[in-house]
Design a protein around this ligand. Structure first.
Ligand SMILES: C[S@@+](CC[C@H](N)C(=O)[O-])C[C@H]1O[C@@H](n2cnc3c(N)ncnc32)[C@H](O)[C@@H]1O
Length: 222
């Protein structure tokens, strides 16, 4: 697969069929950024910066953003990485919006329609894999398969950063839910176990400084 950035090519992604997946796609890409702005109480840009900081992306690193949506995090990562940056989403509509943004900003990001469970990338190509607000769109078995694929495409020592809704506290109110978003089926604390089970070491997790969100980090064994 060619790895040249494609952000300059005007996209007909929206006319492409979506690949088959059990993940829940978002087809209303034109509204997505506005919804994130409201759900995050205007903290969306800060959330993207915080996520990229967490990944400690270094100049020249290769970054993959799985389930990248309209590409805000991917573009933030591209500002730091200056290496090959790829954004994958199963929804052609999301990729079309992301490509338009990249073209407007003259950002060299390779946005592709694709799946977390089958990225099409060769093994050991990425320094960093990001997954932001997307794991809760996958059923549990697909979360496992997706994380295994993230592990496969990472270089030895490469980092995974997952940011997602927190799971509801046992017996408590739906912790990960807020009034605008339903509680996810499997979220940050469970994801830490899944990340370990997918073969990652140095697994860390915690709450994010944003309402209802948590993170999990892991490192592919060297
Ligand atoms: C809530 S959005 C998150 C978008 C972006 N990462 C962000 O932080 O705003 C979840 C995205 O996952 C995508 N998605 C669902 N299943 C997928 C799969 N199997 N592979 C790749 N993307 C998928 C959806 O189309 C949607 O764009």
């Amino acid at each position: 697969m060619a790895h040249s950035p494609r952000s300059h090519s005007h996209s007909h992604a929206a006319g492409q069929p979506a690949p088959a997946t059990a993940g829940r796609l978002i087809r209303w890409a034109w509204l997505y950024d506005a919804v994130v702005r409201v759900i995050s109480l205007g903290q969306d840009r800060a959330l993207r910066r915080w996520t990229v900081d967490l990944a400690a992306i270094q100049p020249g690193e290769t970054v993959l953003d799985v389930g990248c949506g309209t590409g805000d995090l991917t573009l933030e990562a591209a500002g730091r990485a200056a290496g090959l940056v790829i954004g994958l989403d199963a929804a052609p509509e999301m990729i079309a919006v992301a490509r338009q943004k990249a073209a407007r900003r003259r950002a060299a990001v390779d946005f592709r329609v694709g799946l977390i469970e089958a990225t099409g990338l060769p093994a050991g190509t990425c320094d960093v894999v990001l997954s932001s607000l997307m794991m809760h769109h996958l059923p549990a078995d697909l979360q496992r398969r997706g994380l295994a694929e993230c592990r496969r495409v990472l270089k030895p020592g490469g980092r995974l950063v997952v940011v997602d809704f927190l799971a509801p506290a046992p017996g408590g109110p739906a912790g990960g839910a807020n009034w605008l978003h339903p509680a996810p089926a499997a979220a940050a604390p469970d994801l830490a176990r899944l990340v370990s089970a997918a073969g990652f070491g140095d697994v860390t997790s915690g709450t994010a400084p944003f309402p209802s969100l948590g993170y999990v980090g892991g490192r592919a064994a060297a």
